[in-house]
Design a protein around this ligand. Structure first.
Ligand SMILES: [Zn+2]
Length: 136
């Protein structure tokens, strides 16, 4: 638990600074550093998990697939960039995984949660199925 004074201070973490994987101290601002947080805020992007349910129109994924979600969870799905698979460059603006207003007007909530709902265009499956993931 943090009080409001300490939550505005810099945070100490451990970071890899090169491909060696050796971690060293790293200071950064964790709390509302950009001043645009929409509270309550559920952060977390670049999520991995297991598909629990799919919609009737989903074609690329099935229940039990191990998947990842990147920095974006939605886009217009209709502009030239979206149609080329470059949703991050969507002319209407890609929707960030958390702290962003989605097309339906809701604020997106990130991956520090028990599940997330994502359009299949924003899911990725290119990592080993043997990766240890547990269904909740
Ligand atoms: Zn688009």
């Amino acid at each position: 638990m943090m009080d409001s004074e300490s939550s505005n201070k810099d945070c100490l973490g451990w970071a890899a600074r090169d491909p060696s994987g050796v971690l060293s101290p790293y200071n950064f601002t964790r709390r509302n550093g950009h001043g645009n947080s929409k509270y309550p805020l559920v952060p977390g992007h670049e999520i991995v998990g297991i598909v629990n349910e799919v919609g009737s129109n989903v074609q690329r994924f099935k229940v039990s697939d191990h998947v990842g979600v990147g920095t974006y969870v939605n886009s217009c799905r209709d502009c030239e960039y979206c149609n080329d698979g470059l949703e991050a460059y969507c002319v209407k603006g890609a929707v960030f995984t958390f702290n962003f207003i989605d097309a339906d007007g809701t604020v997106t909530k990130g991956g520090y949660s028990s599940y997330i709902v994502v359009h299949e265009r924003q899911l990725y499956q290119n990592f080993p199925q043997r990766a240890y993931l547990q269904r909740f």
